[in-house]
Write a protein that binds this ligand. Sequence first.
Ligand code: PMP
Length: 390
Amino acid sequence: MIKTSFISKTVSELKPSGIRRFFDLAANMEGVISLGVGEPDFVTSWSVREAAILSLEQGHTSYTANAGLLELRREIADYMHKSFEVTYNPADEIIVTVGASQAIDIALRATVSPGEEVLIVEPSFVSYAPLVMLAGGIAKTIQTANENEFKLMPQQLEEAITPNTKAIMLCSPNNPTGTQLGKEDLIKLSQIVKKHDLLVISDEIYSELAYDESYTSMAAIEEMRERTIVINGFSKGFAMTGWRLGFVCAPADIASAMLKIHQYTMMCASTMAQYAALEALKNGGSDVEEMRSSYRRRRNYIVKSFNEIGLDCHTPGGAFYAFPSIRLTGLSSEEFAEKLLMEEKVAVVPGNVFGDSGEGHIRCSYATSMDQLQEAVKRIGRFIEKYKVE
Ligand code: PMP
């Protein structure tokens, strides 16, 4: 009999993601409207799919360079320049990765030494803290608040920094709150980051889905390019989640450290997906614009409707999530999500899975059809009438 656990100490301490439990529950029920899933409801543009098919027909079936096709890295450099006014050298400052997920992983592993702290702004995307732990670092959380529309306040950042702090993870527009940090917000945060000589890992995966304000990359803020790792990719803006393609832009010394890990663990991202991404960047702009307008309409509808039925919901600047408060019910976010699923067959994600300050909220993805959203609002309204205590 085996007496020793073969699982590493670090991994046995990791908690599984709280999001999946609700998907599994919902998957076994009929007639469920899901506002749970964090991915676009669009199919990837046909021209992008066609470019992948063509690459196969032409026999492009081998590995690419570790960092990705040079042609794609050139296109990414061009995109970064045109969209955000930041210049990167395709030769040694850009790596094509297996989704933004892998980019975050290698960014952390390449920069964090054992025992160093990485600041995580909660409510936060669920993978940051586990990936910091896997990199040997310490995830230190900062809690943002609804009354500040879940923006990180400069004072909070200042207070969280210790001599052991190495980096801060930022995500704008944010998953799960949809909050976008504008240029002024970034400037204020950057002053503290520079003062304490920190690194920023800036997850900009939702940058194409910014509805009100034009998007500013952290790397575009004065003197920040040299201390910022930009994470981005094709999953959200280009509706390409299943292709597993992302990229990272960083100063050459950091990019070369990340490339070491990437070449040993991945070799390179999928070749076919890289050809597809090339087409997405070259000619995908108008489709992205159409998707963005469609999400904007749905955002406007859901935020207005939630507030009308009594759920206090700030207007998220981007991504495709609304993050309303459910305090008027007195239910915990887990209770709310579970009862809503069982009684009204609407799946949402309880806010507590995104960190302590997510409690009292639910994450609702509006990347689903208008008909479904209208029906979901009707059901949630009925549910609120039943449970409101205020
Ligand atoms: N960052 C954030 C904030 C996300 O929401 C997601 C996807 N849910 C990712 C990264 C990962 O994206 P990808 O599909 O490119 O790995």
